[in-house]
Design a protein around this ligand. Sequence first.
Ligand SMILES: *Cc1c(COP(=O)(O)O)cnc(C)c1O
Length: 226
Amino acid sequence: MNVLDNLNRVRRQIAATALRAGRDPAQVKLVAVTKTVPVEIIREMLTLGLDSLGENRAQELLSKYKELPPGVEWHFIGRLQTNKVKKIIDKVSLIHSLDRWSLALEISRAACEKGLTARVLVQVNASGEKTKSGLHLQEVEEFVTEASRLPGLEICGLMTIAPWTENQEDVRPVFRQVRDLSLRLQHNLKARMDCLSMGMSGDYEVALEEGANVLRIGTAIFGRRV
Ligand SMILES: *Cc1c(COP(=O)(O)O)cnc(C)c1O
């Protein structure tokens, strides 16, 4: 496995898919998901122009944060325990996984304490799978309305994780529902909320076609996690 070849392949694929969908590839952010990837490999990738990294565990993010050079844009993409919020809040550029009210309150509190504004995405469980975090589609508007009144917190858009399938096409309706919801919220709430984080290694092309502008890709770059 050659990580550099993988990265180039993914970048080419993103550019081609974006262009085919009439989108500007420069408006699509690639977040390289580095969970379980050793820092030596990540360090090498940083020299190749990769700058946005996604982690799903606070502890792992913190230890990598200490070892890697400044200037990395960190994304928190996993389920976030409230007691970890204050440790990561001044280190991450975007929290993708706001999925409950108690977490919104804690992010707001910690952000105000540090005098910063935390940028967050609301996680949507569009497929209704029991094992997945996230708000159901019909709960999102009320949640966003309430949470956007909290100080120290900026809701920048939505995030979703599609169900795993063999066939990318199966998840198109899921992405489409989240995209439509995002447009509806922007309209109804007169909010910017233009960040749409959807698409992973197995489904990022469909996600892009359906409007994603943040892709979270691990396996397709770094190979299978062990
Ligand atoms: C692990 C993970 C990814 C990346 O998944 P791959 O299939 O390895 O690309 C994306 N998003 C979240 C929330 C993850 O936990």
